[in-house]
Design a protein around this ligand. Sequence first.
Ligand code: NAD
Length: 477
Amino acid sequence: METMFIGGKWLAPQGGETIPVIAPADGLEFDRIGRGTAHEIDLAVAAARKARAGAWGRMNATERGRILGRIGQLVLDRVDTLAPLEARDTGKPMTTARNDIIVLARYFEFYGNAADKVHGEVIPFLDGYAVQLLREPLGVTAHIIPWNYPAQMLGRTLAPALAMGNATILKPAEDTSLSALAFARIALEAGLPDGALNIVTGYGHEVGAALTAHPGINFATFTGSNEVGTMVQQATAVNVVKCVLELGGKSPQIVFADADLDRAVPIIVKAIVQNAGQTCTAGSRLLIERKVYDDVLARVAEAFSKVRVGTPEMDLDCGPVMNPEQKKRVQGYIDAAKAEGIPVVAEGAFGDGLPAGGYYVKPTIFAPVPRDNPLAQQEVFGPVLAAFPFDDEADAIALANGTDYGLLAAVWTENAGRLTRVAKAVQAGQVFMNCYGAGGGVELPFGGTKRSGHGREKGLIALEEMSSTKTLVHYHG
Ligand code: NAD
């Protein structure tokens, strides 16, 4: 059984209860994690407070950066053991899991290098005064992450918080806590002081809720569903604690008649198939200019029909979905759309010999999808692409902005003016122009508008989110 990591020590949950760890590829239990409670959250908050008041709080930024850099290097050194663990826990293809671990290392390199480059400011003020603006850590920061990219997500949220000197408490998803626990061993080995990182495993409604409602935290960042995000915002509001919310998406790929399809088509297919569509930034809507609608759809369908689903070891285009509930949910959307008579344009296929107990779903494209259909409006979080024709630029923008979400978008056209106009008009935190979601994007500020959330992670801006300012006003005469 995997224990929890609190104050630099490994700890079994007080109640002694555990949660099974199931491999999505075959549905079999292969480990167990501790089922934490509010008690372990109390311990973690106390350990984090102690770290802030002790060695971690006193450490200078250069030394913090060095430790983060060592963590990044150790993650890279262990990629051959971390990637198979992540692949088994999530079901994703080995190549994707390996990339996730490399991105985890990259977060620690990036923020480790940035730690001692966060400068304050000098503000011109009245004669006889000198004013300084200091950047300070927030204190104890809470980090709740989902199961789709566990390793990447922990790097994205913990590395900037630690770079700024916060003491952190991570609540990984109950389905995928193993990479976080393996990561804790690396952090310890790299010399991260006790209590700077605490990991409490368990169910969201138990430990997640206890963490976000705890009066001892100073900040919370949550990545996950809209329903839980709303609860997190309500819980943190009670203690007047700031939160960053990274929630769902229904991101459009907008393809104009003059788009470079040789470049666009493989990227469009990958953007919905990657991670079995369980990506908040999945390009789940394909908007095609009407005059090339049939042609573009046929080309995407041809590429899509070659998509293959398999186990991590088979290392195909995508793996299973995460758990039985997720399979039921995704399959439910597919079955409902078929029952309504929305045409299936293409389907991927299962690789040979998939384990019977795994949670596999066939990637599917539906088109044309009515604009008010659930497939057009709701996040499926599975490998399901909904395509639509549009008439002109104005119609494309209206369609792109016609959901509650605003996370990512892509615009595909060779017309430079249109590219910029549409990119500016689309409501989203990131807009890709003739490309999509490229390469992890550790450096690129990330987050949503509308119901996709608020606040930003990634890039240098995360250092601002995870710190506060103090203004010193000095009258010197
Ligand atoms: P989820 O909201 O069910 O769970 C996310 C995390 O919240 C888990 O660790 C869970 O244990 C915890 N949690 C559950 N109930 C809680 C509560 N009451 N209080 C505090 N924490 C609680 O989401 P999920 O199903 O794991 O992930 C899928 C969702 O995440 C999708 O909607 C997806 O779009 C979103 N997501 C967003 C981003 C982004 O960056 N914008 C990235 C990945 C996933």
